[in-house]
Design a protein around this ligand. Structure first.
Ligand code: GAR
Length: 267
């Protein structure tokens, strides 16, 4: 076994992926230990899972920040190092022509909550990897840049319940099912400044039968997630993941770029 990495996790709910990661850390499938679990919702089952394994946990609710902004936007307390123009220019969560008020209220409230998250996370330093395990909030560039201090080495992972780039958003399995797809799947990716849009680390697929219900699709999907996420985390822990920007030139002269996560051969 190699050196153990310290992993932090953000959750919003039941935490079955969190459980799969904790179990994999405990039985040696991940060379890592869970340093903390943070939730944006109090009282969720995932927090109980953390307690059952003596893992430190805390809650940062976003609701009070959102309410405070709604009540009195002019006096809303922003983090001292928050620069709206900078974060607005970087984010890919909203189209540039969306009303500025909407973008401003989103970024200000999220950055205030994220600042609280960052200071709580500091208490558990060092943290090598942050895993989003059913965390239903988009992180803004304010948080991402303060956690990913080396831009060439992303270290925030997410699991999404669809084969990205299809069906980003809050209901991947529901969207897959309602579209009538014959195949569903899940994706683990590093996060970037967009919604479910960062470089892909791993994907799993499963067949959807005509007789399957949405619950069947969710069950099949979660079973894949519980295997895929620990595998991707272990590849990170072993230092096997490398994010590279590749340029492709087509025969007609057009050039396009893509970011690929390469997985080195295990030693
Ligand atoms: C999982 O299906 C995960 O892929 C999804 O939420 C579920 C959480 O389940 N995540 C997202 O939709 C993120 N946008 P869990 O709490 O039992 O791990």
């Amino acid at each position: 076994m190699g050196k153990k990495i310290r992993i932090g996790s953000l959750i919003s709910g039941g935490g079955t992926n969190l459980q799969a990661i904790i179990d994999a850390c405990e039985d040696g499938r991940i060379d890592g230990e869970m340093a903390f679990v943070a939730s944006d919702q109090a009282g969720v089952k995932g927090l109980e899972r953390a307690r059952n394994h003596n893992i430190a946990s805390f809650v940062v609710e976003y609701g009070p920040f959102i309410q405070a902004y709604r009540q009195d936007p002019a006096n809303f307390r922003l983090p001292e190092d928050f620069d709206f123009s900078e974060i607005c220019a970087k984010q890919h969560l909203f189209p540039a022509d969306d009303p500025e008020d909407r973008i401003r209220s989103f970024l200000c409230t999220r950055a205030a909550a994220e600042s609280r998250l960052l200071s709580e996370i500091k208490a558990h330093a060092p943290v090598d990897l942050l895993v989003l395990a059913g965390f239903m909030r988009n992180l803004t560039p304010y948080f991402i840049d303060r956690f990913n201090t080396d831009p060439g080495n992303p270290r925030i992972m997410n699991i999404h319940p669809a084969i990205l780039p299809s069906f980003p958003g809050v209901d991947g399995y529901g969207d897959t099912f309602r579209y009538g797809c014959k195949v569903g799947g899940c994706t683990v990716h590093f996060i970037d400044y967009g919604e479910d849009s960062g470089p892909i680390i791993g994907q799993r697929a499963f067949p959807i039968l005509e007789t399957d219900t949405l619950d069947d699709v969710k069950r099949k999907g979660l079973e894949q997630e519980w295997q895929l996420y620990p595998e991707c985390i272990q590849n990170f822990a072993r230092g096997l993941l490398k994010t590279v920007n590749m340029t492709h030139r087509l025969d007609d002269g057009r050039v396009y770029q893509r970011t690929v996560v390469k997985i080195a051969n295990p030693a």
